[in-house]
Design a protein around this ligand. Structure first.
Ligand SMILES: Cc1ncc(COP(=O)(O)O)c(C=O)c1O
Length: 507
């Protein structure tokens, strides 16, 4: 473990004076260019050369620590106890010194590697220390430089056509607040505008959790097998697994069928187009006929937790058209797909939409969260209608700014598109060599956002750990790949080699 620690991670960074002075900081900066070739040499100098599995996982040290943890914290969802000091780049390390190539990345949430030097540099800045120890009640006391932090960070990468943001705490929260904005927008429209005052009846019925006299119920339409989070509103739009929803009161909101397509998409274009046409027809039917009329439709560009389900750009353009036609908002949930993994900064850029979505929600790799919007009418007509103590976190916004700098400096979105194509090609070859093990391979042309089905999925994931790769699943049978944006061809080769070993061990 000692030698492993020397190769990467914050411990190693502390020993090396690299980030402690401004001249060495400049040296780090100089070593970054937009060339992925240079990126390789930089990252690989910080990372272990490959996975190394020394004990079973969990090993003796992890088992001991887990049993201590279990006394005070529910460990039943624990996947792997982690040593974050020793983890570096694409590699996650456990307390027994097992070093795994991590293509799960904290459920798709680590963008530029564990202990990324540029993020460490940002974390040590005076601005970050200040943001961390003087956390503002953001709506009331925003920091004097908040506009510039937003402009240089979150808003710098705002989806085309959306120039404002409401910051939030997590993916569920981002969706939840976007839904609230949608309800307020629709009721304001019904009321006749932002300047029309609430009636006494409206205020009274609100306090009784009742609809105001004469108004009809509204809803948010989501799709079967969608995942949008676990708070009350977001959970009502989540339809992936019963275990998430059991016992929790839910809103009576409609769900439409997500297109039931066949993979690879380009080889089943005709029947997929028919499935998508039917799905759009169902959406329109629900918009027009559901007893609680949808004021917004929420959709993931690729249904992630629900099993990595794809649809074509034409479907999403159709959805934009239907929502526009009926004056319903389109909320694109980019919590998992956003920030580069699909080979575009935002996955919905793949769709070539004639008009932007009304709101785009984000979290995970952004490390901060919220929703983007463009229409000023999506700001509630009065203060405190959309408000929380924290409503986001300037420290996390600064981190996203540093992540964006790193992504731009290393051209990581284009890099991910290229590596994704390489990885997909290798997986395609594996799927031909081992029929039945890489079913429904999907994610062609979508960066590293790739998945396939395996009938023994859970066993598959457990075996992969033994061979040195940490992979996640989604839905019933999908093996989902969610590498970081610094994942390179050399990592793809390691992954492919391990996948082949896994298949042989399962056969
Ligand atoms: C598409 C999508 N939306 C929302 C969420 C909820 O995010 P969080 O877990 O940060 O609340 C997730 C989480 O996996 C997600 O994948």
């Amino acid at each position: 473990m000692a030698s492993r620690t020397l190769q990467g991670g914050t411990r190693a960074l502390q020993r090396l004076p690299l980030l402690s002075s401004s001249s060495t900081t400049a040296r780090v900066r100089r070593s970054f260019t937009s060339s992925t070739r240079v990126m390789s040499s930089f990252y690989q100098s910080w990372e272990p050369k490959g996975p190394s599995v020394k004990t079973e996982i969990p090993g003796p040290k992890a088992k001991q620590a887990i049993s201590e943890l279990n006394q005070v914290f529910d460990t039943r969802s624990l996947n792997m106890l982690t040593d974050y000091y020793s983890s570096s780049g694409n590699y996650i390390v456990d307390p027994d010194g097992n070093t795994l190539l991590d293509v799960y990345a904290q459920i798709a949430s680590i963008p530029v590697g564990y202990n990324n030097p540029h993020l460490i540099e940002a974390a040590r800045s005076e601005q970050m220390v200040n943001a961390l120890i003087n956390r503002p009640a953001l709506g009331n006391f925003p920091p004097a430089d908040w506009a510039s932090v937003l402009e240089a960070g979150i808003l710098k990468v705002a989806p085309k056509g959306l120039n404002q943001v409401f910051t939030a705490m997590a993916g569920s929260d981002a969706n939840e607040t976007a839904y609230k904005a949608a309800f307020m927008w629709k009721r304001q429209q019904e009321r006749g505008g932002a300047n029309v005052e609430f009636t006494a009846e409206e205020m009274e019925s609100a306090m009784k959790n009742e609809l105001s006299p004469g108004s009809k119920p509204l809803s948010i339409l989501s799709f079967k097998t969608a995942f949008h989070g676990r708070l009350f509103g977001s959970l009502s739009t989540t339809r992936s697994k019963p275990i998430h929803k059991l016992d929790i009161p839910a809103f009576d909101w409609p769900q439409a069928t997500f297109p039931q397509v066949k993979y690879p998409l380009d080889q089943h274009a005709k029947e997929n187009a028919e499935a998508e046409r039917k799905a759009l027809e169902e959406v329109e039917h629900l918009i027009l006929n559901y007893h609680a009329r949808p004021c917004a439709v929420v959709i993931e560009p690729i249904q992630s937790e629900g099993g990595d389900n794809h649809a074509s750009p034409a479907f999403f353009r159709g959805l934009r058209e239907v929502t526009k036609k009926h004056d319903v908002l389109l909320i694109v949930d980019e919590v998992q797909t956003g920030v580069g993994a699909t080979g575009k900064f935002w996955a919905h850029e793949h769709w070539d939409l004639p008009t932007p979505p009304d709101m785009v929600t984000f979290s995970k790799k952004a490390q901060t969260a919220g929703y983007y919007f463009g229409n000023p009418e999506l700001r509630p007509n009065k203060p405190y209608r959309q408000f929380n103590t924290w409503m986001g976190d300037p420290a996390r916004a600064l981190l996203f700014k540093a992540i964006i700098e790193e992504i731009e400096r290393l051209d990581l979105v284009r890099h991910t598109a290229k590596v994704g194509d390489y990885l997909y090609g290798k997986l395609e070859a594996l799927s031909k060599k081992y029929p039945g093990h890489f079913d429904n391979l999907r994610g062609k042309g979508m960066g590293t956002f790739i998945a396939f089905d395996n009938p023994k999925r859970d066993q598959f994931l457990a075996e992969a750990k033994k061979f040195g790769v940490n992979i996640g699943g989604s839905g019933q049978s999908a093996v989902r790949l969610r590498p970081m944006l610094i994942f390179e061809q050399s990592h793809a080769d390691i992954l492919i080699d391990v996948l082949e070993k896994v298949v042989k061990s399962l056969s």
